[in-house]
Design a protein around this ligand. Structure first.
Ligand SMILES: [Zn+2]
Length: 406
């Protein structure tokens, strides 16, 4: 590494450590920011010599990144941004902190994928899904898909691991020369009714889909979720035992196995490591308090709310909604979610924007009760499971109540 990059790495690590010592979070953003101020090419310098995988998409990227890092760990040490700091500052900090590792698995914000590809020269890029997110800030889904498509077109050497069930992802990845397709199912279809290539309607039947006006259609997947397991490209089925709940996480595991497969890791080697992942920065964490078993589910946008309803047990459920900066300021997305699956269980609501949620639930004919605090919620449910589904800052608030559970 050039001298300037060595200095920048050292200052970046120190800044991150100081930030941690001052109790201001994990320091990965400030550390990376200072490092990049000193050496704007620091991320490229730190990535050089490592085999890098990037993981991007609207939902599931933090979990999939963690599972992929666990799977690639079969081969040696892996640097990863495990706490969701998914912009170049976070990547820089993660690589600086770990020192030299043969591998890196990095979660990447969708908007930064092109830039991070240019700087880290990844071996593999995994594309999970694209759906509406943070209406006041995020790009339109079709624009996002176009950005990805352009980014990949400039790098034919990259192996792309992509979701065959999402037409927007398939279109973005279609020009790549080396594509491995996985099928993990897609519950949310509202952002892919129309073909991004030709504008014609997309038809669906069973798990299949095709454009009614051009050749775009679902490719044959190499990795497929089936029952409680995954079929690999050779046709062998592997039981996937996870501590993480729901079919969506079996899909995330299938993606991790597919990415690790590009590095030469076999499912039989990776699976025991996947089963050891219990929670990710508080997501899926379970805490026992006052006879209640509280489970934390993060849901940030309409597609992820659908997944959360699928994961949640039929038990008392606390919903918490904020609309602070990291959540997006516009709560009209609540009308994109069908809350009807919650009609069969006691529902409590809280958070800064609980009353927006109250109106939505009333329209959806879901009975609910408002509580002023997490403690009040806890006191008003019987002993046993309490499911908590919250959006980003609401999730962090409740996680803080539970002593920053990981
Ligand atoms: Zn079409």
């Amino acid at each position: 590494m050039p001298l300037i990059a060595k200095v920048a790495t050292s200052v970046s690590k120190t800044a991150a450590a100081l930030s941690r010592a001052a109790g201001r979070g994990d320091g990965s953003v400030i550390g990376g920011w200072i490092g990049l101020k000193i050496d704007p090419d620091l991320l490229a310098h730190l990535a050089a010599g490592r085999a890098v995988a990037l993981v991007s998409g609207t939902n599931g990227k933090t979990t999939t990144t963690r599972l992929t890092a666990a799977a690639v760990g079969v081969l040696g040490r892996v640097a990863t941004n495990s706490f969701g700091a998914n912009m170049p500052t976070g990547h820089t900090s993660a690589l600086a902190k770990e020192g030299h590792t043969p591998f890196a698995v990095l979660e990447v914000d969708e908007h930064y994928l092109a830039q991070v590809i240019d700087q880290t020269r990844p071996k593999v890029v995994a594309l999970l899904n694209l759906s509406r997110d943070q209406l006041d800030r995020a790009k339109e889904v079709a624009m996002m898909a176009q950005l990805w498509k352009t980014a990949l077109a400039g790098h034919p050497e990259i192996r792309v691991v992509a979701n065959a069930d999402d037409p927007m992802v398939v279109w973005a990845a279609a020009g790549s020369r080396q594509t491995t397709w996985f099928s993990a199912g897609q519950r949310w279809h509202d952002d892919s009714f129309v073909c991004p290539e030709s504008g014609h309607p997309i038809e669906r039947s069973g798990g299949d889909w095709w454009c009614t006006g051009c050749p775009l259609r679902r490719p044959r997947p190499h990795w497929v979720v089936e029952d409680e397991g995954v079929i690999d490209p050779r046709g062998d089925w592997h039981l996937v035992k996870l501590q993480l709940p729901g079919r969506v996480n079996i899909g995330n595991a299938a993606t991790a196995l597919a990415v690790a497969g590009e590095f030469g890791v076999r499912p039989i080697e990776a699976l025991p490591r996947l089963s050891r992942v219990a929670s990710i920065a508080g997501r899926y964490a379970q805490v026992d308090r006052d006879g209640r078993n509280i489970r934390l589910l993060l849901a940030k946008n309409p597609a992820s709310w659908l997944e959360a309803f699928d994961m949640a047990d039929q038990a008392p459920t606390l919903l918490s909604i904020n609309a602070r900066d990291p959540d997006g300021l516009d709560t009209s997305w609540l009308y994109d979610v069908d809350f009807a699956p919650l009609r069969d269980r006691p529902v409590l609501i809280t958070g800064d924007r609980a009353f927006d949620l109250a109106v939505r639930l009333q329209v959806n004919q879901v009975p609910f009760r408002h509580v002023n605090s997490f403690d009040e919620a806890l006191r008003s449910v019987p002993p046993g499971r309490l499911e908590v589904i919250a959006n980003y800052t609401a999730f962090q608030d409740i996680r803080a109540e539970l002593d920053r559970v990981n």
